[in-house]
Design a protein around this ligand. Structure first.
Ligand code: 5AD
Ligand code: SF4
Length: 452
């Protein structure tokens, strides 16, 4: 896709993506849309006429990265390059970006990507400050016609956009707009199309997939019955050719038992659930407006632990939320022991624009946040060391994802979403599946040898 010299008449673009899987997938949609418009993707800023950053604003650090990047490239403006800021920083900062980075010509949030072709025409006609910003009013679900998926075996499908939860610390409801679900018909049509193209793994994406509400489809013979999220999950898993289905992210409040029942009933649904807890203290959860207690969260964990297959559970945690005491923090540490997570993504609380918790004093000093983060990660590392060791001697199926030449190993992923590096006497096919006997364990990965 990146190769070949640039022809004089050709329009080229460079796109760099920051942030979560939603952004990674949005970028695939942006690439698909631009390629359809006659643009060619190039690997470096130097080669590009149009330079785009798909940005993340979940924490201050992520946002600063974008502005640092923009400052670096001031010099390119002289070469006639056009700069665009897409994604969450674009939506959050809006036209203020033009003041801070005057060489930017395009500012566009994720709900407006379908209008990109039109915006690019405006820029080509000399437009200096072109915007596509959502006002949290849009009912339109972001479906572009063209998606350029980067992996030929494993692909994302967005089932729901935006978020209506308004957790006290979170910018997402402001950057990704209100919740809009796609019809199950359209999700299933895309999944079938992907299966026909040879995809075997599908990841259903949404900020909060459990809030999925199937809208009324178009009248006609294809209109199926409305589906719940668990039914949609099962239906994707039953598509011939699909061997693995994952979904992210789940919100504990809306996480129903029917999801565990679907995992029990449909073997292609992966044995992994990412269920962000954020804190183990009900007092902090209340202040975070998370809408569940520690006990309700643990009830959902109990459902998963009672499943027929062992479900691997991972989570997100925020340390140093304004009102978090040492006792609250200890409650989170205890929760890690009690649940036995296979991975924890932990973050220091970062005050964000527009969010309710911005009105609370950011009371925990940064050094204390850093200490809590370190203590938490050390505890979790011990938990993972013990948990991962249990796999030694067992055999797991992997999807082959790549090769590490330096170590002479193949890289695989288990249904539990663990990285399993392995050796093989004959080269396995990328994107294929194989059975690997596990011979070693580290806190974040497993080691083994291919048996079939
Ligand atoms: N500060 C720190 N972490 C945050 N997250 C979301 N907002 C913030 C914030 N303001 C974390 C949450 C969420 C993950 C994607 O990022 O843990 O689940
Ligand atoms: Fe943010 Fe809460 Fe929505 Fe997740 S559920 S995106 S943490 S507001």
């Amino acid at each position: 896709m990146f190769d070949g010299p640039k022809k004089d008449t050709e329009k080229t673009f460079y796109l760099e993506t920051f942030g979560c899987q939603m952004n990674v997938h949005d970028s695939e949609k942006v690439v698909g849309t631009l390629v359809q418009e006659g643009y060619r993707q190039v690997a470096t800023v130097e080669q590009a006429d149009l330079v785009l950053y798909n940005t993340c604003s979940i924490r201050d650090k992520a946002e600063q990265k974008v502005f640092n990047r923009l400052a670096d490239y001031k010099k390119y403006k002289k070469q006639g390059k056009t700069f665009g800021v897409l994604g969450c920083v674009a939506q959050q900062e809006g036209e203020k970006i033009f003041e801070r980075a005057p060489y930017v010509s395009l500012v566009c949030g994720s709900a407006s990507y379908r209008n990109l072709p039109n915006m690019l025409v405006q820029i080509q006609a000399g437009g200096q400050r072109v915007t596509g910003l959502d006002d949290r009013e849009t009912d339109e679900c972001f479906e572009t016609e063209f998606t350029a998926r980067t992996n030929p075996h494993r692909g994302y499908i967005t089932i729901i956009e935006g978020c209506d939860k308004f957790c006290a610390y979170c910018v997402v409801p402001y950057t990704r707009g209100k919740e809009r679900s796609r019809t199950s018909e359209s999700v299933l049509a895309e999944a079938r199309q992907m299966a026909d193209l040879g995809y075997t793994e599908i990841q259903l994406l949404g900020q909060n997939v459990n809030s999925y509400k199937d809208p009324e489809g178009k009248p006609g013979p294809n209109r199926g019955a409305k589906k719940t999220f668990a039914e949609l999950l099962a239906a994707v898993g039953e598509i011939p050719g699909i061997r693995r289905v994952r979904f992210t992210t789940s919100h504990p409040r809306d996480f129903g038992r029917d999801i565990v029942e679907a995992i029990d009933a449909v073997p292609t649904l992966c044995d992994h659930v990412h269920l962000p807890v954020q804190s183990g203290s009900t007092r902090v959860l209340n202040a975070m407006q998370r809408l569940y207690t520690r006990e309700q969260y643990l009830e959902r964990i109990a459902w998963m632990k009672a499943a027929k297959r062992e479900i691997s559970i991972t989570t997100d945690v925020i340390v140093g939320f304004p009102c978090e005491t040492e006792a609250d923090f200890v409650a989170t540490l205890d929760l890690l022991d009690e649940v036995g997570y296979d991975a924890v993504f932990a973050f220091k609380y970062s005050p964000r624009p527009n969010t309710p918790s911005l009105a609370m004093e950011d009371a925990i000093p940064d050094e204390e946040k850093a200490r809590r983060l370190e203590v938490l990660m050390a505890r979790q590392r011990e938990i993972q060391t013990t948990r991962y060791k249990k796999y030694i001697g067992t055999t797991c199926e992997v999807m082959v994802e790549g090769r590490n030449e330096a170590r002479g190993q193949w890289i695989g992923r288990t249904t539990h979403n663990k990285t399993l590096n392995f050796i093989a006497t004959a080269a396995p096919k990328l994107g294929g599946y194989g059975s690997v006997r596990i011979t070693g364990a580290f806190p974040n990965s497993l080691l083994g040898e291919l048996v079939i």
